[in-house]
Design a binder for this molecule. Structure first.
Ligand code: PMP
Length: 398
């Protein structure tokens, strides 16, 4: 008998569970399209040149590691602010944005969730159906009741925008709405700029709180284009939150670099909000890590390195798009009769393939091609060597 005898085994994370199954698979042709990670055309996790250069420069003048402030590395926070809102934007120049470094995008979401729970303990949190699985879990763990708004329309192969908008309009005032700023995970379908205008209006009219999750800025259409939704919320005069992640855009998954930004009404208000955000951080992990944030800050704040980053990000984005086109062509060539061109209408790392659970299980067991049961595949893990095999495998199960 131990004090832990009654502890039950928690359910396995559905996506990380796929990783384990993939690792155990002995099929030499196996392909992992389960996890949201970008791999280059050789199937390798890239180490960006801008990151290597920044790190080499950092090594030239090694620094002792004091604690960072609770809100993180100042040069990093200010670079994030400029990236998200625009360096010369009114929110930034007026000093009404609070930005705190977070432990990845997940950390940014968690700081925001804990901060909001103290401020509006009875608010509900509305999340798209489907969404990144951790959204629901994270906000529930912060103590919120969560509800869903429709998003994916399987028949239409797109977004059920009418359903989404109706849910937003019917939401209780004060509801926190988690919105994917770009590159919706898991579906790959984004709403149009005109639809965003309607969402912003519904958020404003309904007195809702928008919490934008921007985990893929630069993976859709470009850094500016993907960030443009932020400007719409600013223009509407709203207060809102933004979680940023550099895991994908810098290929710095394991460094855990992210942030939370909160747009306040004034500089004075921002000071009070920052004090509360710091309290959340203090009681969770005191203060964040130095290395990844320094790399990102140095790249974003050094013109040559920044240009190099933008170039490398463009290459990643373009490669994903090329793979989408190859997938559509390859499926056709492999004998798939149905129109699969919806794959090129999707954006970002993922594709909701439309395959059902049984087909996904067959892909895994018969071909060693791993996606999630929902039919989600990570297009960013396709490459010129595995694409034909994947197309043939999909053709065989469709
Ligand atoms: N939000 C979404 C929509 C994501 O897909 C992810 C990463 N899979 C995150 C947040 C978390 O990002 P990070 O790994 O930086 O914590």
């Amino acid at each position: 008998m131990s004090m832990f005898t009654a502890v039950e085994m928690a359910p396995r994370d559905p996506i990380l569970g796929i990783n384990d199954a993939f690792a155990a698979d002995t099929n030499p042709s196996k392909v992992n399209l389960g996890v949201g990670v970008y791999y280059d055309d050789n199937g390798k996790l890239p180490l960006l040149k801008c990151v290597q250069t920044a790190e080499a420069q950092m090594m030239e003048t090694p620094k002792a590691r004091a604690y960072l402030p609770m809100e993180g590395f100042a040069a990093y926070d200010s670079a994030v602010k400029s990236l998200v809102f625009g360096a010369d934007s009114e929110p930034v120049t007026s000093g009404r944005v609070v930005t705190a470094q977070g432990i990845g995008g997940t950390g940014g979401l968690k700081i925001g969730a804990d901060f909001l729970k103290k401020l509006t303990p009875n608010a509900k949190v509305m999340i798209s159906d489907p969404s990144w699985d951790n959204h629901r879990a994270l906000f529930a763990a912060a103590g919120f009741a969560t509800e869903s708004h429709p998003y994916y329309d399987a028949e239409k192969r797109g977004v059920n925008f009418d359903g989404m908008l109706a849910s937003l309009k019917a939401a209780t005032p004060g509801t926190i709405v988690v919105l994917h700023a770009c590159c919706h995970n898991p579906t790959g379908y984004d709403i149009t700029p005109a639809q965003w205008d309607q969402v912003v209006q519904a958020v404003k009219d309904g007195g809702l709180t928008a919490f934008l999750d921007m985990a893929y800025q630069g993976f859709g259409h470009g850094i500016k284009e993907d960030g443009s939704v932020i400007g719409k919320f600013v223009a509407a005069g709203l207060n809102f939150l933004v979680a940023t992640s550099f895991s994908k855009s810098f290929s710095l998954y394991g460094e855990r670099v992210g942030a939370l930004s909160v747009l306040c009404s004034s500089k004075e208000e921002a000071g009070r909000v920052l004090s509360q955000v710091k309290l959340v951080i203090r009681t969770n992990y005191s203060n964040p890590q130095i290395h990844g944030a320094t790399v990102v800050a140095n790249v974003l704040n050094t013109p040559e390195l920044r240009a190099q980053w933008e170039q490398e990000l463009t290459e990643m984005r373009e490669r994903i798009k090329a793979m989408r086109a190859k997938l559509v062509d390859g499926l056709k060539a492999a004998g798939v009769k149905q129109d699969m061109s919806f794959i090129t209408n999707q954006i970002g790392m993922f594709s909701y393939s439309g395959l059902n659970k049984d087909q996904m299980i067959r892909l895994r067991s018969e071909f060693g091609v791993y996606g999630t049961d929902s039919g989600r595949m990570c297009v960013a893990a396709l490459n010129s060597k595995n694409i034909d095999y994947v197309c043939k495998a999909i053709a065989a199960v469709i």
